[in-house]
Design a protein around this ligand. Structure first.
Ligand SMILES: Cc1ncc(COP(=O)(O)O)c(C=O)c1O
Length: 401
């Protein structure tokens, strides 16, 4: 008999965290590692946010809070969604979570069970299907491709619906592609879901990190079409360089929020009290830091994109949001070179050039690499040089051409 519960047989450990751990091991061993695996901003948390954390400690704001999160933080989240998206919320529809990850997890726990199918799109952030499996449901994957910038098409999602479909999970801007889902698509999906009593869940973790001013009012598209069965999952992590503080939230009906509250109350309780004060400062204070970081990500995106795509074997859609480049390197793979898969490419790149990237296999997209450009321009330049050198080294015939 297995030691572990049956559910453990279906769930994979986080591949992205595994790559990050390997990078750390090599760094500790003294190697000149260039790390493109980070799923987090390299910027420090803004000063006024840190100050709010220090003030909270000094004021001994260090006890349990209500599970859902302090009222002023939930109020601030409501105001933010009103000003950003024009949607009306009450604090009873908001629950503060340990990052966007727990927002999605509470959702999976409360809504999915054995026998349910949950549709999502690939390439995906692996946590999305893994959490579906963790609660005994089955992820149904609808692939997207580079020809149209990894666009999610409503008809493909709707065609995947069966009588077992419980929910559709969308992610925009998406990790790892940086693609955005259009309002029209989300509206169509919302309408189809409403007709069939299916839940629509959207992971908006990168919602503040969109490079061009394109319409992206996905919360409104879902509220207009499927209000009663929609869950919005947000996070302070990426926009405010607050990954370690751990603050996210769900927005759903009062009834669903109450179910989330029960789950959270029996698992983690409230998120760290001090973090709640910092998230409040982040959401209600000056937003300049977000713009500064976005401008810098844009500069980095344009640079690394142009450096890498100069190689004829590397093709890459320019991401519209988030901070990942997702190049197609299938043109560099072959059985003669000994590098047949993107997994092998990433492994050998690490061994030979100490550059850490996440292979596309982790996102259900073999033939691709995920390169996080949440790192300095110097590191990007150095890493790109090493990647190009490695690409040449595995293509001896073409190298001299
Ligand atoms: C698509 C996506 N959603 C959610 C998260 C959750 O982040 P956090 O738990 O730090 O809010 C991440 C983190 O990498 C992500 O990439």
């Amino acid at each position: 008999m297995s030691t572990f519960a049956a559910r453990m047989a279906t769930v994979q450990p986080s591949a992205t965290l595994k790559v990050a751990a390997e990078a750390e091991r090599l760094r500790r061993a003294g190697h000149p590692v260039v790390d493109f695996s980070a799923g987090e901003p390299d910027f420090p948390t803004p000063e006024h946010v840190k100050a709010a954390g220090k003030a909270a400690i000094d004021a001994n704001f260090t006890r349990y809070t209500v599970v859902a999160g302090i009222p002023e933080l939930r109020e601030a989240i409501c105001k933010r969604y009103k000003s950003d998206y024009g949607i009306d919320l009450t604090p009873a529809e908001v629950l503060v979570t340990v990052g966007g990850k727990q927002a999605l997890f509470n959702t999976a726990m409360a809504l999915f069970a054995e026998g349910d199918e949950v549709i999502t799109h690939s390439p995906y952030w692996p946590t999305i299907p893994e959490q579906v499996k963790l609660v005994g449901a089955e992820p149904i994957i609808v692939p997207t491709g580079p020809a149209d910038g990894f666009a999610v098409h409503a008809d493909k999602i709707i065609n995947a619906i069966t009588p077992k479909t419980k929910a559709i999970i969308l992610n925009s801007p998406a990790n790892p592609t940086g693609g955005l889902i259009s309002e029209q698509t989300v509206r169509q999906i919302g309408e189809a879901a409403a007709k069939r009593g299916i839940w629509t869940i959207i992971d908006l973790c990168y919602e503040q990190l969109i490079y061009e001013p394109v319409p992206h009012n996905l919360p409104k598209a879902l509220f207009d079409t499927n209000r009663e069965r929609t869950v919005l999952c947000g996070s302070a992590s990426k926009a405010y360089a607050m990954t370690g503080w751990r603050c996210g939230w769900t927005i759903a009906t009062r009834e669903v929020t109450s179910a989330f509250n029960t789950i959270e109350g029996q698992t983690t309780s409230n998120i760290t009290s001090v973090t709640q004060k910092t998230a409040l400062a982040a959401l209600t204070g000056p937003q300049d830091a977000v713009r500064v970081m976005l401008d810098e990500y844009r500069r980095r995106r344009d640079s690394i994109h142009s450096w890498l795509t100069a190689h004829p074997g590397i093709k890459c859609v320019k991401p519209s949001g988030a901070f990942y480049l997702f190049p197609d390197i299938s043109g560099l793979l072959s059985s003669d070179s000994g590098v047949k898969t993107s997994f092998e490419f990433a492994q050998q790149l690490l061994e030979k050039e100490f550059v850490v990237v996440t292979p596309g296999e982790a996102f259900d997209a073999p033939g691709y690499l995920r390169i996080s450009y949440a790192t300095s321009m110097e590191q990007l330049r150095e890493g790109a040089t090493r990647i190009l050198r490695f690409a040449e080294s595995i293509q001896p015939a073409k190298a001299g051409a």
